[in-house]
Design a protein around this ligand. Sequence first.
Ligand code: ZN
Length: 347
Amino acid sequence: MGIIVNKEELSRITNELRAQGRKIIATNGVFDILHVGHVKFLKESKKLGDVLIAIVDTDKSVKHFKGDKRPINHHDERAEIIAAIGCVDYVALNDEPWPNTLLEIIRPQIYTKGGDYKIEQVHDRTIVERYGGEVKILPRFNGTSTTNVIKKVVETYNGMTEFKDSKGYKAVFLDRDGTIIGDGGYNYKPEELVLIPGAIEALKRLKHAGYLLIVVTSQSGIARGYYTEEDYHKFNSHFLKHTGEFVDDVYYCPHHKEGKPPHNIECNCRKPKTGMIEQAVKKWHINLSASWVVGDKTSDVKLGENAGCNTILVETGKAGNDAAYSVNPTYKAKDLLDAAEHILKNE
Ligand SMILES: [Zn+2]
């Protein structure tokens, strides 16, 4: 367990260590988002002498050579983490582009650098060598690096690069009432939420095939005064308890032009207008021509046609009998599970 020290303390401590004839090893790095390569590197460094001093670059110092996005963690946190590693005896923060000042104070017998340097690239080498110290480059352990860790996290949790083509991600826009859950007529009581059989299985299969799943739901019951926006959000939380594992986003239209203020407007999100899909496209980078709209009303199919998506009318809920628009869906499905199977067969 190491101790974090300032320059004055470092000077006093290293003077004492030298007087005791102890062999001082110093190393320097960012130590941002630790991985096993860091730990192996520190252990190997410690083996070269008696006392290991880790010089951790401050945020200002790191930005100087790694740009504005790094480091991820603040230097006080990085220093504390490094100090907790068993083989590290002292930790000091370096605020300069190169840790010249600290190396002048420490005067380590051996100064180690990790992996990606060639000895000629170690700028601070001349300082160490001037008083007879030696610079050692230790090989990188199995190609580990913080950059690789970050890449892996981005690809796993956000990038979904395998599912994206040059025009964006494929999505399925799903109507809610009558398509995923039963249409009780202005659903808003959580206890009345009923999942349509097979709906969860359908969401799961589409999600696993790499589709973004985006719910677009008409909630004119808010404008009409049947329930409040707060009621809607409570119901939506309950809905997401069942579906949130698969559903990426939810958009709703609370408007109706014959409703009550402030929702009595001619909005651009009431189906079959495409406002909700446009918002989703901006946020999620969606390729509409590779995407689908699935719903139980002709307004859902019309929405898909207006947005340039493939369309599926499901025979649950209203089953297209609202007859508000004359439409020609890409496919008529028995239910959402049948719709999902059709999508996966016709990608
Ligand atoms: Zn609207």
